[in-house]
Ligand binder design. Structure first.
Ligand SMILES: [Zn+2]
Length: 90
């Protein structure tokens, strides 16, 4: 590392990541981590409630996304999805 290299923390990513997460989530393309099927998030199978949900692949039934909302936090587990593709607004 040279003296002219500035190391920042995650706050420096707020602008880019903020714009990335401002989208219609139902249109995001989710690739299943188990069977590699891809499709809009809206086509996943929903179980649970808006505060505690599991979204499963409609092809193989593997859990792709978990979300748990507590009073103070939202816990999002995307480990069942191999990839999530977000289209940019035009
Ligand atoms: Zn699958």
């Amino acid at each position: 590392m040279t003296d002219d290299t500035m190391v920042l923390d995650g706050n420096a990513a707020a602008g880019a990541l903020g714009s990335l997460f401002a989208f219609d989530v139902t249109m995001a393309i989710v690739r299943c981590g188990n069977c590699n099927a891809s499709g809009p998030l809206a086509e996943l199978r929903f179980f649970g409630s808006p505060q505690a949900m599991v979204l499963r692949c409609r092809h193989c039934d593997e859990v792709n996304i978990r979300l748990l909302e507590t009073g103070r936090t939202i816990n999002l587990d995307l480990s069942g999805a191999a990839r999530i593709e977000i289209g940019r607004a035009t």
